[in-house]
Design a protein around this ligand. Structure first.
Ligand code: GLN
Length: 469
């Protein structure tokens, strides 16, 4: 029997290579766990019965186009849409032999921090099913932590890989902007969207990143990695300089239990040889969320204009073309995309453009500079990933601003285009706490090295307590 809760992707690959298990057997093993647990967790929107690769399985967030497999981005407006091509990341997984297990749940168009905005119902946190798994990639995170897949891909615009990984006790990487192709990914905010891996172990994360990263002629914003991905193996952190933002001390949004797990982890980093100092990101914490909620909705309002009842998904007929488009969009979009389309078109409208969108872009430049300055002294910046542990389903659903505040710590570095790694670093109230490590552009190897050493020293058990034998 395969213990899918404990098996790392690396170990699964070794089992297949040594022919101790076939790809088909692995696919079937994960499907049977899905059959057992997913009625409760609702991590998957759909699964594939037959293995379609010679390697280990993978799950993809439903914003990633998959040839012949329905792709909805968690929205009714894409219900029934079956792409005729693979996103580059899906094609690269296929080329690596990975077998597509299914598509995971997401907030509609990846807009949200809990998956409660999915048009198909929320996912649940494997550590406590009365709580959210985070979002928008809560489906991928719940699937990994519940043992429903060895690893998964998510997408991160303002934290949707890092934050769900934190809430579910996974390792998740938001890569440097431009290292992973967005071709074939349902666009939310194109200057922020990045695809990245979610896994149980840092090395799995690095391995999956090496499969999906690298220039794609179909995405002009991509570049070749300046250096190959290194699988981390050192368990010391000698010489590594870690910067802690001064501003963390005054952030009352950070729960005490989250703060103490974070501080204990920083102490551990010191014991492993790291030098820890203070850095300054005053504008990031003050203006990050406000800046993001102008830039991201502005880009979203433009990207979502393509859903017109003609090109994709269902149509609601009307007497005129205009009426048809209006009715289709009214019926197809949920409240959150509608809210963002309105915010975005307002921020971009003549007369307000300079005051809102233009101003937000200037602030974004300042945030980039502030991060560059901090990273000129430090190799990585460390913060908690989420100010809170997983919250109860329904807690913030009626209060968009409370939901937006979940991303306080993840958003600034996303605006700066920088990579970020979540590493589970302890428990508070019996729920996982995540450490966020931010690196310079193309600093993934440093993040992996740091995350790996801490992972070894922490010995965090990624298996939710309720599933432990
Ligand atoms: N929670 C943020 C939002 O709602 C980030 C989402 C994301 O990264 N896709 O926009």
């Amino acid at each position: 029997m395969i213990d899918t809760l404990r098996l790392s992707a690396e170990e699964a690959i070794a089992l297949v290579e040594r022919k101790e298990v076939t790809a088909a057997e692995l696919h079937a093993a994960y499907l049977s766990v899905i059959a057992e647990r997913d009625a409760e967790l609702h991590a998957f929107l759909r699964t594939l019965d037959e293995p379609n690769g010679t390697g280990i399985p993978i799950a993809l967030k439903d914003v990633i186009s998959t040839s012949g497999v329905e792709t909805t981005a968690g929205s009714k407006i894409l219900a029934g849409y079956v792409p005729v091509f693979d996103a580059t990341v899906a094609a690269r997984c296929k080329a690596a032999g990975l077998s597509l297990l299914g598509k995971t749940n997401t907030d509609e168009f990846a807009m949200g921090s809990s998956t409660e905005n999915s048009a198909f119902g929320p996912s649940r946190n494997p550590w406590d099913p009365s709580r959210v798994p985070g979002g928008s990639g809560g489906g991928s995170a719940a699937a990994v932590s519940g043992g429903l897949t060895p690893w998964a891909l998510g997408s991160d615009t303002g934290g949707s890989i890092k934050q769900p990984s934190a809430l579910c006790g996974n390792v998740g990487l938001r890569p440097t902007y431009g290292t992973v192709p967005r071709y074939g990914v349902v666009a939310f905010a194109s200057s922020l969207d990045q695809i990245g891996p979610v896994a149980k172990r840092v090395r799995d994360c690095a391995l999956l990143y090496s499969i999906i990263a690298g220039r794609d002629p179909r995405d002009a914003t991509t570049v070749e990695l300046p250096a190959p991905v290194q699988l981390p193996q050192a368990d010391r952190l000698d010489g590594l300089r870690i910067g802690l933002p001064n501003q963390l001390a005054d952030l009352t949004a950070i729960e005490p239990g989250v703060r103490s797990a974070f501080e204990a982890t920083i102490d551990l980093a010191r014991e492993l040889g790291a030098e820890v100092g203070e850095c300054d990101l005053p504008l990031s914490f003050e203006y990050g969320i406000a800046c993001y909620y102008l830039v991201a909705p502005a880009e979203a309002s433009s990207n979502l204009a393509r859903y017109d009842g003609v090109r994709y998904g269902p149509r609601v007929n009307g007497d005129t073309y205009r009426e048809m488009v209006e009715r289709t969009r009214d019926a197809g979009f949920g409240d959150e995309p509608k809210r963002r389309i309105m915010l975005g078109t307002y921020a971009l409208s003549a007369g307000y453009y300079d005051a809102f969108y233009g101003q937000a872009q200037k602030v974004r430049t300042l945030l980039i500079r502030e991060h560059l300055e901090a990273l000129s002294t430090f190799d990585v910046i460390a913060t908690p990933t989420s100010p809170t542990v997983a919250f109860p389903i329904g807690d913030k659903a009626a209060d968009p601003l409370a939901m937006y505040a979940c991303d306080l710590l993840t958003i600034p570095s996303c605006l700066a285009g920088l990579p970020g790694l979540n590493v589970p670093c302890g428990l508070s109230e019996g729920l996982p706490v995540g450490l966020q490590l931010i690196g310079p552009q193309f600093g993934e190897n440093t993040l992996f090295r740091t995350g790996y050493a801490l992972e070894q020293a922490l010995g965090f058990d990624t298996v939710p307590e309720r599933y432990r034998a």
